[in-house]
Design a protein. Structure first.
Length: 236
């Protein structure tokens, strides 16, 4: 049974584009999951949507039943990877698959070794993040003090991790990250000034987080979640 305690830090984070799906909401969505609850963050207004936290069972029916005793440990939506959302569970070798077009859970799970083949991803205990830099699209997986990288090719899952990986986190993400984050998510904010970079990666480490600037590949700052995300609730 999942006996995880209350707190602010999410166990999984997801940025997804619902364009073309049956979901009748603004297309770009940012979600955070912990235990059996989740929240949605308004990317335009940079605030919590009203009515959250909600039960995962209400917004994502069937998802928690895939591995009811294992907490969510990550989620990614990768354009070009079959228009799906992949959810990972700690200690599990298979990922749940959510179909973006129909907005519902696929009947079959997928082996993580088929999706992200690496010894770092073997049992779901890793933090994934998809990053689109414009000229290069990559998926990263962080575990312990190491990370690996997969280059994204449309319509094709990676056969192997990129050459030269895994590497030490401290070697590739100097100045702000040295060990595995609780979870990570890449976000493009929609209403920020053109003078300020809008593409960020957020690495959560318990109730703290680090904001990483994608363009300069550098750490901006590290704060506790309630200070940086005004209105962020405590999960049960």
């Amino acid at each position: 049974m999942n006996t995880a305690s209350a707190g602010f830090g999410p166990g999984a984070a997801l940025y997804v584009d619902w364009t073309g799906s049956s979901k009748g909401e603004p297309p770009y969505a940012l979600y955070f999951f912990r235990n059996n609850q989740y929240i949605r963050w308004d990317i335009d207004r940079e605030q919590l949507y009203p009515g959250y936290p909600r039960e995962i069972a209400d917004g994502w029916p069937g998802l928690r039943e895939v591995a009811p005793d294992a907490p969510l440990s990550g989620a990614i939506s990768v354009p070009g990877w079959n228009n799906k959302i992949y959810f990972f569970f700690r200690g599990q070798t298979r990922a749940a698959v959510w179909d973006i077009d129909s907005n519902k859970l696929d009947p079959a799970t997928i082996d993580i070794s088929t999706l992200m083949p690496s010894h770092l991803t073997e049992d779901g205990h890793f933090a994934p993040v998809y990053v689109d830099r414009g000229d290069r699209r990559t998926v990263y997986a962080f575990r312990g003090d190491a990370y690996t990288r997969f280059t994204v090719t449309d319509g094709k899952l990676p056969e192997r991790e990129d050459e030269g990986y895994p590497r030490k986190i401290g070697d590739g993400w100097t100045g702000g990250l040295s060990v595995m984050p609780t979870c990570a998510v890449s976000v493009r904010w929609t209403t920020r000034s053109t003078s300020l970079p809008s593409h960020k990666i957020y690495f959560f480490l318990g109730d703290l987080y680090t904001r990483w600037d994608v363009k300069s590949h550098s750490n901006n700052y590290r704060l506790d979640i309630p200070s940086g995300w005004k209105g962020w609730p405590e999960f049960e």
